[in-house]
Design a protein around this ligand. Structure first.
Ligand SMILES: NC(=O)C1=CN([C@@H]2O[C@H](COP(=O)(O)OP(=O)(O)OC[C@H]3O[C@@H](n4cnc5c(N)ncnc54)[C@H](OP(=O)(O)O)[C@@H]3O)[C@@H](O)[C@H]2O)[C@@H](O)CC1
Ligand SMILES: [K+]
Length: 502
């Protein structure tokens, strides 16, 4: 499985383990890395007019020096640029000694539109913003119109967070990294700066992962496909999970119906929209396969959940912010402890706790040892209301989601073009399987309903959340332009059929 994502620190541990295990030493690994890059260049950009290799002072630069040597050996017109020679005795110094070309200073670098620029300035070891000749080389490479291939990471980009340190980074057409991807290849803006990312095998054995024990993956069906619910021959509608989706007042009913439809398409055997009395007629006018039940008060809600074996609940979309919402969330959470009730909190159910997030966290922490964690599905705005100190881009999105999941003892789906799902047990995924067309009103309601649908069928919370995010994204990729949230539920069966069969 290639879905593990390694932080730069974990990658250097893999590097260390590979060297300790032999037969390659550090320079051997660098030569393999350089060879993988040179092979990618000759396969993808063989007709470049000139090959410019920009080398930094560390091992990323060392990889570049190996690339320059191999391209020169292959007869390519190549110039290597480097300001400061690597420290004596390092692998990069060995790579420089083996290079038969004289390197030129970075300040003379200039590329034309038919050239190829190899960015080997900084990779995993970037510690601060680019300045001086490095920053100017980045500007010239980006403005040149030449194709750009980045070694390991585009220079200026943090492999940990996907953020640009100091506002300037290489914009690559292709990035070749080693052994496994890093979070910065998938998190934004990193993903868009990398271009196509290719992972090269440089001889590090997969066993290194057993020692490192990474807990971050690229979202992929391989992680959760075996947990997807499959109906049994003798199942009936309630044994396939009954989901309740909570409607707002008469002018805010559509979101709950979207969530309800998604839960049904996820395979829940029965779905009920639970509506305030004031919105019963509006909801009734728009529902067919989905059932409808009135509940204005907490006791009516509890009656319904207990008598109709509700196994999954989604509350928040269109529900309305305030005390009534807090009371319903609190009641559902109590029932989560008593019954086997999967709970999804979205939108207004999150915003309702904006003034007192600690109250929500305390609520959700109760009795979680025997029941599945709840799933919270905030976008960045809602996330910032519950976790104001974790808002903004100062820390990696993965770290922020993990910290939030731990605080609220729940699975957190931090939505966006690079959605992160984090579990209170520290597991996390980054999702890159979605179309930008998914950013459309109501799309989040569908996602929340999908999660509830899977939870109600007994899927564990983290896997249900990851599956819902990926399937939601897959639907958007298959539909493309013109997508509305109303289209999404109808697209779910085709994706599910590919994952579970017929
Ligand atoms: N791990 C593996 O398996 C393998 C890794 N390999 C390769 O090694 C790369 C990692 O190498 P690395 O650790 O030497 O880091 P790298 O990115 O070259 O930079 C460190 C140097 O840059 C400096 N520096 C930092 N920021 C700066 C700035 N803004 N402006 C100026 N200077 C700055 C920093 O100086 P310092 O911060 O110490 O002062 C230090 O001198 C990795 O990306 C991959 O390509 C492969 O060879 C094969 C196997
Ligand atoms: K680089």
């Amino acid at each position: 499985m290639m879905d593990e994502l390694l932080t730069p620190a974990e990658m250097s541990e893999a590097d260390r383990l590979a060297i300790a295990g032999g037969p390659s030493n550090g320079y051997g690994l660098m030569c393999r890395a350089g060879a993988a890059i040179a092979a990618a260049i000759l396969a993808r950009y063989p007709a470049s007019r000139h090959f410019h290799v920009l080398c930094g002072p560390g091992n990323n630069g060392g990889d570049g020096l190996v690339v320059a040597r191999l391209l020169a050996d292959a007869g390519c017109p190549v110039t290597a640029y480097q300001d400061d020679s690597p420290r004596p005795g390092t692998d990069a110094a060995m790579a420089l000694a083996a290079l038969e070309l004289r390197t030129r200073p970075l300040e003379v670098f200039y590329a034309g539109g038919d050239d190829l620029v190899v960015d080997a300035m900084f990779g995993a070891g970037l510690t601060r913003p680019l300045q001086g000749n490095f920053a100017r080389a980045v500007e010239r490479a980006n403005a040149s119109g030449a194709a750009v291939l980045a070694v390991d990471l585009p220079s200026g980009l943090s492999g940990d967070s996907g953020q640009v340190l100091g506002g300037i980074a290489i914009r690559a057409d292709m990035t070749v990294t080693f052994f496994r991807r890093k979070p910065g290849h998938l998190l934004l803006p990193g993903r868009s700066l990398c271009g196509e990312t290719v992972v090269a095998d440089i001889g590090i054995a997969d066993e290194a992962l057993t020692t490192i024990g990474p807990k971050l993956w690229q979202n992929n069906p391989r992680l959760w496909q075996m947990h997807l619910p499959r109906p049994t021959e003798n199942g009936h509608k309630y044994s396939r999970g009954h989901v309740a989706s909570f409607s707002g007042g008469p002018s805010a009913t559509g979101a709950a119906r979207l969530a309800a439809m998604a839960a049904a398409r996820a395979g829940a055997g029965a779905v009920t929209v639970v509506s305030p009395g004031s919105a019963m007629s509006v909801n009734a006018a728009h529902l067919t396969a989905i059932m409808l039940r009135r509940a204005d008060r907490v006791d009516e809600l509890a009656d319904f959940v207990n008598s109709r074996k509700v196994a999954g609940a989604v509350i928040g979309p269109g529900f309305g912010v305030g005390e009534h919402c807090r009371n319903f969330v609190s009641a559902l959470n109590r029932l989560r402890g008593e019954e086997v009730l999967g709970l999804v909190l979205d939108a207004d159910a999150l915003t309702s706790f904006e003034e007192e997030p600690e109250a929500l966290f305390a609520l959700l922490a109760k009795g979680t040892s025997s029941v599945q964690p709840a799933v919270l599905t905030p976008h960045e705005g809602e996330f910032g209301r519950l976790f104001p100190d974790l808002a903004g881009a100062m820390r990696s999105k993965v770290e922020r989601a993990r910290e939030a999941a731990s605080r609220c003892t729940s699975v957190v789906i931090l939505k966006g073009p690079d959605t992160v799902v984090a579990s209170p047990d520290d597991r996390a995924v980054i999702n890159a399987h979605a179309s930008p067309y998914l950013a459309t009103a109501g799309s989040g309601d569908v996602l929340a309903g999908l999660v509830a649908g899977f939870l109600a069928q007994g899927m564990p919370s983290f896997e249900a959340a990851c599956a819902a995010v990926w399937i939601h994204g897959d639907c958007s990729l298959r539909f493309g332009p013109g997508l509305t949230a109303d289209d999404l539920p109808g697209l779910i069966p085709t994706t599910l059929r590919q994952l579970v069969g017929t």
